[in-house]
Design a protein around this ligand. Structure first.
Ligand SMILES: Cc1cc2nc3c(=O)[nH]c(=O)nc-3n(C[C@H](O)[C@H](O)[C@H](O)COP(=O)(O)OP(=O)(O)OC[C@H]3O[C@@H](n4cnc5c(N)ncnc54)[C@H](O)[C@@H]3O)c2cc1C
Length: 332
């Protein structure tokens, strides 16, 4: 057995020393109210309910601020107590270890506000806004540009960081700028070039910057009925070609051009292959689904098995798109 410390978007925020011990190892749940904010930090919060896979152990500490002040206070708390920070949006591209995550998990999904400028087509949205709801809202307003995103169950922040995409479009096509909270507590605005986009990635990955808001350029003035019809088509296509009825993280692997990961996995004969309660989906081989009662370890082992099998058959090492957070063990 080898221990695998998977990559995480862990902010290594400046190490302000403080001899107060933040974490209690007693295992009892605790609440810390951050003064001057409505922000509460709780201990030992199960993350299974915060991820689309419905698996994962507890966050040592967890908070879900509703505004910048709460976010800044949470970051300050983490710095003061030397806690690593992990950012979680809708948790739809994450595999959280069964052992949980040390430090402070900051959930951004309660960051909510939306401003549509129907004259210019500029859409300014908070990091926690759900992408599918925005796609429907844009369509209702007769704004084109987000129809492709209706089936992506993430937040604005997660989509900006991941450069989420579908149907030959992606966030990089529409993003104008992103508002960022840096490790030093400053708010800055990065334009599209500064975000360093390429296929399903951005410079924000593996950085300690937190997206608080984004501005997208949409095309206003279209007939809402037409935009709604295209949006609906995309949604229906998803529902028929992908296993939306079971917990998953969407595509597990990045597509190694010129192939698609799903095709390689299917040709390797792995459709339907199961480890524990985790299964390579019958409907789409680049999905691993939780058939009910899977643990993160099952999913991790299946990812590892797929990588090895595909490598053996095709001499291609599939690279996970899913972000794995915490410690995992794989049989070798
Ligand atoms: C059924 C299903 C279908 C999917 N289809 C697609 C698809 O078609 N195309 C596609 O691209 N993806 C797809 N996904 C994957 C996922 O929805 C996207 O990657 C999405 O953009 C992740 O957003 P999130 O808010 O869930 O991010 P999370 O999964 O919570 O986080 C993803 C990463 O972003 C970081 N992060 C999140 N928010 C912030 C923030 N505010 N600031 C800084 N870092 C942040 C996290 O630390 C983590 O590293 C699918 C997932 C599912 C479950």
């Amino acid at each position: 057995m080898t221990t695998y410390q998977a990559s995480a978007n862990v902010c290594t925020l400046s190490s302000l020393t403080n001899d107060k011990q933040a974490a209690s190892d007693s295992g009892e749940s605790q609440k810390i109210y951050l003064p001057g904010t409505d922000c509460v930090i709780k201990s030992q919060v199960s993350l299974a309910g915060y991820t689309s896979y419905r698996v994962g152990g507890p966050a040592q500490w967890c908070t879900a601020p509703r505004n910048i002040e709460g976010l800044q206070a949470s970051i300050k708390y983490a710095q003061t107590h030397e806690l690593p920070v992990t950012i979680l949006g809708a948790g739809s591209n994450l595999l959280v270890s069964d052992r949980g995550i040390p430090g402070l998990v900051i959930v951004t999904r309660h960051f909510r506000h939306t401003y549509f400028d129907l004259e210019t087509g500029l859409l300014t949205v908070a990091a926690g806004e759900p992408i599918p709801a925005l796609a429907w809202e844009a369509a209702n307003q007769g704004c084109q540009g987000l129809e492709w995103a209706v089936g992506i169950p993430g937040t604005v922040g997660g989509a900006v960081v991941m450069n989420a995409g579908a149907h030959n479009s992606c966030i990089a096509d529409i993003v104008v700028s992103a508002q960022i909270l840096s490790a030093n507590g400053n708010i800055e605005t990065l334009n599209r070039e500064q975000l360093g986009y390429s296929y399903r990635t951005s410079l924000l990955q593996r950085s300690d910057r937190i997206v608080t808001q984004a501005t997208f350029q949409l095309q206003p003035g279209a007939d809402p009925a037409k935009v709604l019809a295209i949006t609906k088509q995309h949604k229906e296509h998803r529902l028929t070609t992908q296993p939306y009825h079971l917990p998953s993280c969407g595509s597990v692997f990045r597509n190694p051009k010129p192939y698609t990961a799903g095709w390689l996995i299917e040709q390797t004969g792995l459709k339907g292959y199961k480890i524990g309660k985790a299964q390579v989906a019958q409907r789409h081989a680049n999905f691993i689904v939780n058939c009910g009662g899977a643990c993160a370890g099952d999913i991790f082992k299946l990812i590892y098995h797929i990588q090895n099998q595909v490598q053996e058959h095709w001499s291609i090492r599939l690279e996970p798109e899913v972000k794995m957070i915490g410690e995992f063990q794989a049989a070798v």
